[in-house]
Design a protein around this ligand. Structure first.
Ligand code: FES
Length: 489
């Protein structure tokens, strides 16, 4: 009999983006029952040939392969304790199912014997008919059916990873390997509440309403006896011990919910991306990471206190809150850029980070996404794209990137990597000397390329570029509420 899976689990099993399955649900190709899809329907849409090329089957196969075994185990398998707990619970469920089956079987055999006796004693013609129906039904139930591949894979997956559902939002994410609930949630692009990340502030407190958790870290934060009795745990110090887990927690709704922070970071790398563009990689202390939303920026301060500071957009995803990446263009008016281009900063030096700030963030909706960037306006757009890819909720992602400087497409290889890795990602790169003219040409290219005013548009770059593109998109009928704008230097 077909089993039912959540869209999250189905996407993971099939190795397709969740957004693709959601699109097929909207198109009526997949029917949902109580939010779940049947394995039968999935196998119809994704027959065995496709499954064999899917991520999960490869992973399971690779576990047997010596060459890949260690790498996969490190990334995918939970700790021995957590694996043992999940195996134990799966064993309990199987024992329960077996006990029930045995009882049903005994009951059916009793009824069959009773029916046979009644048939012998009574002339009622309905009794033999009932007897035939029962025997046919039993024969069907005991017949050997082909194995449901997805069902088997789901059982394996339940041991390797757990699915967590957040209440009240309904957001879901998968916990794999040694990740804590907090790490897995943040990696999945969710705006969970947290502070220290090491069990001392209590900000990541969540309430477990179903399923089991296992502690992974000793913590200093004292949960009261009452909180413990109600099921509260620290998300940064626990992982899922059951295949499914539901927790109650509040998530940030927007920039106003993200606290201001000050962190002394360390320069990990400083690397030219072109003659006039530098990539700056800062790392926070392990116990003091930056909580921010994709698309936001921070103020960077070199040698705190002497006034050398400037605002820069973060070019990386909040799903890695320890490694912060920036793109710094040559700009004599920016004291931080001037110091960096003068070679005044080296790996290991300290840079103070204040923030985050800015409201150029992803709206909570699942529209197709169109990103438009000019030159280093690509920095916040890159953060948004990485976040959107982690969330896996947008049906499609398109990037239009205009360069007005010789090294304007300083991360062209990154856009190629996204195009190669994600079927639903497309990039169009263009050049122009003039940002406003380039924006108008970009708008014309968007309209030539299956233009859809039902998308969410995220536009970042110099004022002239943003104004021109905004005007063109509004004129094309895009509602103002679907336009998100960021003027960069
Ligand atoms: S984030 Fe501080 S205790 Fe979990």
């Amino acid at each position: 009999m077909a089993q039912r899976l959540t869209i999250w689990r189905a996407a993971q099993l099939l190795g397709v983006p969740r957004a693709v399955l959601q699109q097929r649900v909207r198109a009526g190709e997949i029917e949902l029952d109580d939010g779940r899809v049947s394995t039968e329907a999935l196998l119809r849409l994704y027959p065995q040939a496709e499954l064999e090329g899917s991520g999960m089957l490869e992973r399971v196969t690779h576990i047997r392969d010596e060459a890949f075994g260690r790498r996969v185990r490190e990334r995918l398998l939970p700790s021995q304790e957590v694996l043992a707990q999940r195996l134990f619970r799966q064993g309990q469920e199987m024992a329960d199912t077996q006990r029930h089956l045995q009882r049903w079987h005994a009951l059916v055999l009793e009824l069959r014997a009773r029916l046979a006796a009644l048939c012998a004693d009574s002339p009622d013609p309905r009794l033999p008919e009932l007897q035939r129906q029962l025997n046919d039904g039993l024969a069907r139930a005991l017949a050997t059916e082909p194995v449901d591949v997805l069902d088997v894979m789901d059982d394996v997956l339940k041991l390797l990873s757990a699915q967590v559902t957040l209440r009240p939002s309904g957001h879901q994410f998968i916990v794999e390997g040694h990740d804590t609930l907090l790490q897995a949630g943040v990696r999945a692009g969710l705006k969970l509440n947290y502070g220290c990340g090491n069990g001392s502030c209590g900000l990541c407190k969540v309430r477990v309403t179903s399923g089991q958790v296992a502690r992974t870290l000793h913590t200093d934060y004292p949960l009261s006896a009452n909180e413990r009795a109600q099921g509260y745990v620290l998300a940064c110090a626990h992982t899922a011990a059951s295949a499914e887990l539901t927790i109650e927690t509040l998530e940030a709704a927007g920039p106003a919910d993200i606290p201001q922070q000050q962190i002394t970071t360390t320069v990990r790398a400083l690397q030219p991306l072109g003659a006039d563009t530098l990539a700056l990689h800062l790392q926070t202390p392990r116990t003091h990471r930056l909580r921010f939303l994709a698309g936001q920026g921070v103020t960077l301060g070199i040698a705190a206190g002497d006034g050398v500071h400037a605002r820069h957009a973060i070019a990386s995803c909040p799903c890695d809150d320890r490694n912060l990446h920036f793109v710094v263009p040559r700009d004599p008016a920016d004291p931080v850029a001037a110091r960096l281009f003068a070679g005044a900063l080296r790996p290991g030096d300290a840079v103070t980070v204040w923030g985050p700030d800015g409201d150029f963030v992803l709206a909570d909706e699942s529209l197709p996404l169109v990103f438009a960037a000019c030159d280093t306006g690509f920095a916040p757009v890159k953060s948004l794209i990485e976040h959107a890819l982690s969330l896996d909720a947008a049906p499609s992602i398109a990037l239009f990137w205009l360069a007005t400087r010789p090294d304007g497409h300083f991360l062209e290889n990154q856009t190629r990597a996204w195009s190669d890795s994600f079927d639903h990602f497309e990039a169009t790169l263009s050049r122009s000397d003039d940002p406003a003219r380039g924006a108008r040409e970009m708008a014309a290219a968007m309209r030539a390329d299956l233009f859809d005013i039902g998308c969410a548009f995220y536009v970042a770059g110099p004022g002239a570029f943003v104004d021109a593109l905004q005007g063109a998109l509004l004129a094309a009928g895009v509602p103002g509420a679907q336009l998100h704008l960021e003027v960069t230097g």
